[in-house]
Write a protein that binds this ligand. Structure first.
Ligand code: FES
Length: 310
């Protein structure tokens, strides 16, 4: 879809929000809390961003972008190149972080820019008059975006862990006191997500949800295997030093991708035969064990050949 960038707003140090509107005469599809859009930045450079606005207010999408100094160029491009009035190419909303609205209680845990998917969740929970709480940690008050949108609620805890005498979130205590029928959601840095998953390991399956906004994914670049791309009728050898995605794009295969680090799910391809070497954070452990699909941006192959439905 095409979108017009109508507004850029400073939200916190290094974090801007961007308001995207449909082209004249067009409307954006509705979205669910937790959804994101992929934004095409330039040929070969796309990124995924959570939608921040209340899903009930139709007509525009709001995303927020943290300028990651040590990032891979997506946020730098947006902060330095995007101008109001520009026409952008975005995907329809996709939701890898859906909220279970039937939960007796909802616990939201956000680290830094991980606050973004929580905002439409809060809007929805408030509309449904559901019980919820938010625990939000940022380094300093200057670097905490959207505090003004959540601080009015008494069930919100905001912590700053980068100031003298500051505090971290006590994840163990937060999760430990959540009732058995609660659903818990966490979006933040990798270390926080790993701790959250470990702490909630004994909860019923599907009650603890995580969303990466970036990941320290170890890309499979060992190469030394072949891809049989059935629908494209191409056999491709993946060489050492390149990812499966690199090899596919060089061979002219039209495969969609966005995050390039195994978190958004855009590059998922069906596996017809062979054993993938899964490196992503998108598929569940059960899905990985089934070997029915692969994230080609980051994963490799344990078998000499992978047969792919592309
Ligand atoms: S491009 Fe996002 S998971 Fe592969």
């Amino acid at each position: 879809m095409r979108a017009i960038l109508r507004n850029i707003r400073w939200e916190a140090e290094g974090i801007n929000s961007y308001l995207l509107y449909p082209m004249p005469g067009e409307v954006f599809p509705p979205f669910e809390p937790g959804a994101h859009v992929d934004v095409q930045l330039s040929p070969g450079l796309a990124r995924s961003y959570s939608l921040v606005n209340d899903p009930a207010i139709r007509g525009y999408y709001e995303i927020a972008v943290h300028h990651a100094i040590d990032g891979r160029g997506g946020s730098k491009h947006i902060h330095e190149q995007w101008r109001v009035g520009q026409v952008l190419e975005i995907s329809a909303p996709k939701n890898n972080f859906p909220m279970d609205e039937s939960a007796g209680h909802t616990v939201l845990v956000a680290g830094g820019i991980g606050i973004t998917p929580m905002l439409p969740m809060i809007a929805r929970l408030e509309k449904l008059k559901k019980s919820w709480e938010l625990h939000y940690v940022a380094a300093t008050p200057d670097r905490a975006a959207y505090v003004d949108r959540v601080e009015e609620y008494p069930q919100v805890e905001i912590a700053y862990d980068g100031v003298p005498g500051g505090q971290r979130l006590d994840l163990k205590a937060i999760c430990g006191r959540a009732p058995a029928d609660a659903h818990l959601y966490c979006c933040g840095p990798t270390g926080m997500l790993e701790a959250f998953v470990a702490i909630n390991a004994d909860r019923p399956k599907g009650h603890a949800h995580i969303e990466y906004f970036s990941a320290e994914t170890e890309l499979a670049t060992e190469g030394g295997y072949a891809l049989d791309c059935v629908r494209s009728k191409k056999r491709i050898v993946v060489e050492e030093g390149e990812t499966m995605l690199d090899a596919m794009l060089s061979a002219g295969i039209d495969v969609g991708f966005a995050c390039s680090e195994g978190i958004c799910g855009t590059c998922q391809v069906k596996v017809l035969d062979g054993i993938p070497d899964h490196r992503d954070h998108f598929l569940t452990e059960d899905e990985k064990a089934e070997n029915k699909s692969i994230m080609v941006c980051c994963s490799g192959s344990k078998s000499a050949t992978l047969v792919l439905d592309i």
